[in-house]
Design a protein around this ligand. Structure first.
Ligand code: SAM
Ligand code: DTB
Ligand code: SF4
Length: 332
């Protein structure tokens, strides 16, 4: 039977998608992408971006720290680690009602997802029940929900899934090789195991890392290779630029070159073309032009609101002006 032109088109589209979404990326292929001339890299990233997304839409998430500071882990970048004196006030787990009031406000400001972060190594089952109530409340407001609570056991991931959780954020942070320089209180494998538990529970995975912690380009390529060779690409990939906080071991780390940061976004876009790539922490320290280049390179999500967890983020008004200048609309 002869194929209709619609059939031929659909087959061709399917072939393209099959070829784009790869799980067999190698470190040297990732390094080759980084080594491309900047214009070629950006063109390739933007071309793929347009195949999967509206290039003028950016997803907006709002972040709230529901339990702050006093964390037993020693992540060298983190102002919330109890190992460092950063002046971050310790605040116990918030009440459900206060969290839902903040979620309502986020929705009224235009966010489509509400992300709740807790400075835990892993949640206790009792704390998890409180977080499940928060997730249910956020969902009832018509917002997508995301939480980041540290390591999860498989039954805890299933419990969050039953509560209706949409996304779980758990970053691999850097390459397996560099990881030990940054965190000693848990392993890379611990992180990957939690991601497996989240995926198996049917929750969307949000996983990425931080750029500018003194790692090499090869480490950045390695981090993206690990993410792109997981059994499924994380549906959301946050790329954070280190916010160097006084009192942390990385406080004196020089700011990463903006072009290298944009290239990291572009390589993430090419290796995981159907994932939402979030231009995450570090925007307050970035120029409007660098942010614009990140959007051109394929970033299509941001955190919106004056604070991240404990550090500053651009003011909402400034973000709206930037979106306006760039003709960007919030993703609904
Ligand atoms: N405790 C949980 C955990 O580590 O998974 C959840 C909260 S933790 C603050 C979430 C992520 O924020 C970290 O994995 C890290 O990637 C990012 N982050 C923390 N401090 C940062 C900083 N100073 N600059 C950039 N990103 C940071
Ligand atoms: C992610 O990748 N970045 C966000 C979110 N996931 C939880 C956190 C950024 C934190 C920056 C430092 C702070 O504000 O404490
Ligand atoms: Fe704790 Fe998370 Fe900060 Fe590490 S990144 S110290 S686990 S809050």
């Amino acid at each position: 039977m002869a194929l209709s032109s619609k059939d031929i088109y659909e087959r061709a589209a399917l072939q393209t998608v099959k070829a784009d979404i790869r799980h067999d990326w190698t470190l040297s292929e990732a390094e080759e992408l980084f080594a491309k001339p900047f214009n070629d890299l950006i063109f390739e990233a933007q071309t793929l971006h347009r195949r999967y997304f509206d290039p003028n839409e950016v997803q907006i998430s709002t972040l709230l720290s529901i339990k702050t500071g006093g964390c037993p882990e020693d992540c060298a970048y983190c102002p919330q680690s109890a190992h460092y004196d950063t002046g971050t006030d310790k605040v116990a787990l918030m009440e459900v009602d206060s969290v839902l009031a903040a979620a309502r406000e986020a929705k009224n400001s235009g966010a489509s997802r509400f992300c709740m972060g807790a400075a835990w190594r892993s949640p206790t089952d009792r704390d998890l029940e409180v977080v499940c109530k928060m997730v249910e409340g956020v969902k009832a407001l018509g917002l997508e929900s995301c939480v980041t609570l540290g390591m999860l056991k498989d039954e805890q991931a299933r419990r969050l899934s039953d509560a209706g959780l949409d996304y779980y954020n758990h970053n691999i942070d850097t390459s397996e090789e560099y990881y030990g320089e940054i965190i000693t209180t848990r392993t890379y494998e611990d992180r990957i195991n939690t991601l497996g538990n989240v995926r198996d529970a049917g929750i969307n995975v949000c996983s990425g890392g931080i750029v500018g912690m003194g790692e090499t380009r090869s480490d950045r390529a390695g981090m993206l290779t690990t993410l792109a060779t997981l059994p499924e690409h994380p549906q959301s990939v946050p790329i954070n630029m280190l916010v160097a906080v006084e009192g942390t071991p990385l406080s004196e780390e020089p700011t990463i070159d903006a072009i290298e940061f944009v290239s990291t976004i572009a390589v993430a876009r090419i290796m995981m073309p159907a994932s939402v790539v979030r231009l995450s922490a570090g925007r307050k320290e970035m120029s409007d032009e660098a942010q614009a280049l990140c959007f051109t390179a394929g970033a299509n999500s941001i955190f919106y609101g004056d604070v991240l967890l404990t550090t500053e983020n651009p003011e909402r008004k400034a973000d709206m002006v930037l979106f306006d200048r760039l003709g960007i609309r919030p993703m609904t």
